[in-house]
Every structure is written in C-alpha cells, then in structure tokens.
Design a protein around this ligand. Structure first.
Ligand code: G4P
Length: 528
C-alpha cells in the first residue's frame, strides 16, 4: 500500500461516525432516524421514510409480517453525509423480545444514541439493550424525546437514568419549561437560549431562534429562572460533559427535544459528529489491534435472505474494519480459505439498494449472494485475520420442530440450514441421531419468525413440540459423557459442533453442578 492510499484510508476513517439508536418500542427511534436524514439533507421532507416502508411492505411477504405485527424485524444500514462527516446509522431490530441479532448489530457500531420517552423514562427494552451496550463498551448519547408532551421532570429523569443503568447523564442542553409546556433549551456550554417553534407537522426543519440570556429572561420569566437554577445545580454536582468519561461509558451527554417537532435534532446530530468516536483499530482473535490502514478486512454482523421474493437473494452485511474496499476486490473467507469476488456489493438506503463502489473503516457493505458466509466470519484481502467470535446468548426456550408434511422434508432441511446460518435461532441435534432437531432461542419472537419464514420462503409448514428444558450450558465431550446419563439432563450438539447440556430448571443445574464439581460448565452470555 502506498503512502497516499494509507493517508486516504486514515482520513476517510476519521470522517466516519458509525452508530445505532436504541430504544423501547414507540419511544421515537423511527421518527428520529427520519429527522436525522432531514437535517442532513438526505431527504427533502419528513414522511419519505414511512412512504418508503409502505412501498416495501407491499412488495414482500416477509415484510407483510412486519406490517401485520406493526414492528420492524429487518435491519437497514443508512449512510449520509453531514457537516463533512460520513454517518453510518445502523438500525437495530425493534423486536419486543430481545434477540441475538440486535446484539450483533451493536458489535458493528462505535456508539449508540439512547432515545427515551420523557413520560416513561427507562423502559424494559431500553434496559436490556443498554446492558448489551455496556458489555460491548459502547459510549452512549441520550435523547429525551417527546418533551412537547407532559412527562416526568427532567431532574427526576436524570436520577432515574443514573439509578437504573449506572451511567451519569451530563446534559448538553437543558429545557426551559416543563414537559408539555416546552419553551426551548439552554445550551449549557454557550448559555444561549434556543426557542422551540413548531413547523407544519414537523415536515421541515424547525426554526431555531437563538436568544441572549437577557432577552430570554425577559420573555420567558419564571420558566427561564427555573432552568437557570437547575443548570447551576447541574454545574454544582459536576454533571458536565467530559469526553474521556463519555468514551469510557461512565457518562452520557444528554439532549432534550421532540423528534416529531424536529426539536433538538440538530444539536443531537451535531453531537454525533463532534463527540462520537471515529472507527478505531479492531482487536483480532490473537489479541492484536489491526490498524485502520492495514489491508482490507471486515466481519459479517448480519445476514438477511429473501428480503424480496422476486430476487431470492442473500445479503451478508460486513463492517469494514481496516483498509479500503473497492467493488470487485477479491476477498478471502477466513473460515474456509475460499476466495470470492465482490462484484455485487451494495449499500442500502431504506429498501432501495444502490451499488457501492468504495468503502472505508466504519462503513457497511452488503455482499449479495455470498451464501457461504456466516455471522461473525472475517473477510480479508491480504494479511489473514480472524476476529473474536460473537458470544452466543443463553437460550431460554427449547422446542422440537418437525415438518407437517413429510413430502416437504427437503424444503424443511434447506430452510433449517438457511435460518440457522442467518442466526434466526440455534439448531441442536440429539447425539443418538434422533432426526427431530431442537430449536433454541432467547425469545418467543424468534420461533414466530422461524415458523413464518419456513412456510412463506421455503414452503414447509412446521410444528413445534414442547420440551421440558429451560437452561443451557456449554460442555466439553468428557463432561458430556459423564452427564449424558443423568435423568432430566440432556446433551445436544449444535451445528458448529459445540456441545450444550440442557436442564429442566436452574435448581437442577445447581444440583448437578454440586454433585459434579469436576465438570466445567461454560457460561453463555446472559445466563444467570
Ligand atoms: P419507534 O420507532 O421507537 O417505535 O417509535 P416511532 O418513531 O414510530 O414513534 C412512536 C410514536 O411516537 C409515533 O406515533 C410518533 O409519531 C410519536 N412520536 C415520536 N416522536 C415524538 C415526539 O417528539 N412527540 C410526540 N408527541 N410524539 C412523538 P404514532 O401515533 O404511533 O404514529 P404516527 O401516527 O405519528 O405515524
């Protein structure tokens, strides 16, 4: 690699901001995403993304399920430019249940924005997602949304955030007026007041009127005085932004606004550019950091198949970690050592695909018809690398599965293989060769997705049979030989040859652990 190419890669990487929004359903993630696009000039009017989604739903059966359930199941990577930065916004699936694919998307970002509904504060899903962010060491910005409606007092919310997730919010803006009677915000750094003025249905950018403190004091009266007092209090308790504590996940810069009314969106987007770190070198499995200007490498964090039945396709989403990707470059798949061309690489904007020509660290490339790739796999152009594998989450629901019509056994097998590869759920097999596999997942939703896709994409209607198992641990083959004969304990083999031992309850696991101290039970993430 010559010096100019190296410089180009480092410069481009430093312009990248790759992040995701996490929130409880309905807190406003979709609205905020769209408003980011509006403020970045990627769309001219708000409303476009929803219309896009509507069109997409009618095109695909798979999307029809999203529509029926009113949820977003699939994930999209948006890329747009703002103030000279290239922003990659990865959409975390909005399942009601937590699932592994959310975790995987979060492995591909450098920071998150946590959106809270001012009336509701930290909700169950926010809490679960936050735990994942913490385990990944991701810095977090916080956005208090829906401040145009009655809600909790902001100081109360700061306490709630700190109590529930152990991260100290450091407000960058502070509201003037209570939720529902929102007048605007004070910028805590400059002291300037920005008055909140609605635009028609929030379609276009909100007018932002900066006013000096003296004018604000005269015009806003007690609401202003109260806000100034609260800012003094924040100052006194040290709730002030510090970049190092933000990067280490101890504090979270906080913004107040209303995504629907476009308020506070610009300040938040500015913070994405100014505060979110650009991509940094990623650690490989041997513990070494692969510099950003090392030869091209990336890893697969998401696989999506059959998004559109008219194209029977299979897209592997790769986060670029080092080097420069140029469409057509030949990549090596670290697991198999096989090479393949990347002639069909795409970036996704909503449901529309466009061909991607070049990408840098932090970017996401969708490789079309890369059927052999699995989640977590590394790809490289030169200088082999393997990245640490993703932790598997401890499944909590275990069900046997069979195809209703034995004449569809071939379709069933094909679907099982595909959905396992995509990581929809884990597939476990009996060691004695019982042909009925056991499906294991963290949430109920994964079974529903499996059932739906088996029927609609592979033409195999399946039924689930209950099993008594509730808890799983990873085990060695020696341990498996010892425990396999104990009643109420079952050892199964996963597709990747890992042995899992299943128990009917946590109590059963504890007794077996006590009776067999010689056996090492490997934990899975989230197993408690
Ligand atoms: P999600 O992706 O996190 O699930 O949330 P989404 O953006 O879809 O927002 C959920 C609902 O909250 C939507 O209302 C949306 O309009 C509303 N909302 C988002 N931001 C604000 C805000 O700042 N203030 C207020 N008052 N409401 C907000 P909906 O009725 O479900 O949908 P729609 O009829 O508006 O399309």
């Amino acid at each position: 690699m010559d010096e100019s190419e190296r410089l180009e890669i480092l410069t481009e990487a430093s312009r990248r901001r790759t992040f995701a929004i996490i929130s409880h359903p309905d807190a406003g993630k979709t609205t905020l995403t769209e408003k980011f696009l509006l403020y970045a000039g990627a769309i001219a009017e708000a409303g476009a993304v929803k219309a896009r989604t509507g069109r997409r739903d009618t095109r695909s059966d798979w999307m029809a399920m999203e529509q029926e359930r009113g949820i977003s199941v699939t994930s999209t990577a948006l890329q747009f430019e703002y103030r000279g930065a290239w922003i990659n916004l990865l959409d975390t699936p909005g399942h009601r249940d937590f699932s592994e694919d959310t975790y995987r998307v979060l492995t591909a970002v450098d920071a998150v924005v946590m959106v809270l509904d001012t009336a509701k504060g930290i909700e169950t899903q926010t809490l679960k997602l936050f735990e994942v962010c913490r385990s990944l060491g991701l810095p977090m910005l916080t956005y208090l949304n829906k401040f145009d409606r009655p809600g909790k007092a902001p100081l109360e919310l700061l306490d709630e955030i700190e109590d529930k997730i152990g991260v100290r919010p450091t407000p960058m803006t502070w509201p003037v007026g209570i939720p529902g009677e929102f007048r605007g915000v004070i910028d805590r750094v400059t002291g300037v007041f920005t008055r909140f003025e609605r635009s028609v249905r929030g379609r276009t950018m909100a007018t932002e009127v900066p006013l000096d403190a003296s004018v604000a004091a005269a015009e806003e009266g007690p609401a202003w005085e109260n806000a100034v007092d609260e800012c003094a209090l924040l100052e006194a308790v040290g709730a002030t932004h510090d970049q190092a504590s933000f990067l280490s996940g101890k504090t979270s810069p906080l913004f107040v606004g209303s995504a629907m009314n476009n308020f506070g969106v610009r300040a938040l987007l500015d913070a994405v550019v100014d505060l979110v770190p650009s991509p940094s070198p990623r650690r490989s499995i041997d513990g070494e950091l692969r510099p950003l200007d090392a030869p091209l490498a990336g890893f697969v964090f998401k696989i999506q198949a059959n998004m559109d039945p008219s194209h029977r396709d299979h897209v592997a989403f790769v986060r670029i970690c080092s080097g420069r990707f140029v469409r057509g470059v030949t990549l090596t798949h670290a697991v198999t050592g096989r090479t393949f061309s990347t002639k069909y690489a795409s970036s996704l904007f909503g449901a529309d695909r466009s061909t991607i020509e070049v990408a840098y660290p932090g970017d996401v490339v969708g490789l079309v018809n890369a059927g052999e790739l699995r989640i977590g796999d590394a790809l490289y152009a030169r200088n082999p690398v393997v990245f640490p594998s993703f932790p598997q989450f401890a499944p909590e629901i275990f069900r046997r599965v069979r195809v209703k019509d034995p004449g569809r056994a071939k379709q069933f097998r094909r679907g099982l293989e595909q959905l396992e590869r995509e990581g929809v759920l884990q597939v476990l097999y009996e060691l004695d060769g019982d042909p009925l596999p056991v499906l294991a997942a963290v949430g109920e939703m994964q079974f529903e997705v499996f059932h739906y896709r088996m029927e609609h994409e592979f033409g195999a209607v399946v039924e689930f049979l209950p099993t008594p198992y509730r808890v799983a641990r990873v085990i060695s083959s020696d341990g498996a030989a010892l425990l396999g004969r104990i009643p109420g304990v079952r050892v199964l083999r996963r597709g990747d040859d890992t042995l899992l031992v299943l128990f009917e309850s946590q109590v059963r696991l504890q007794t077996v652990e006590r009776d067999h101290p010689e056996v090492d039970f490997g934990m899975l993430l989230g197993s408690g």
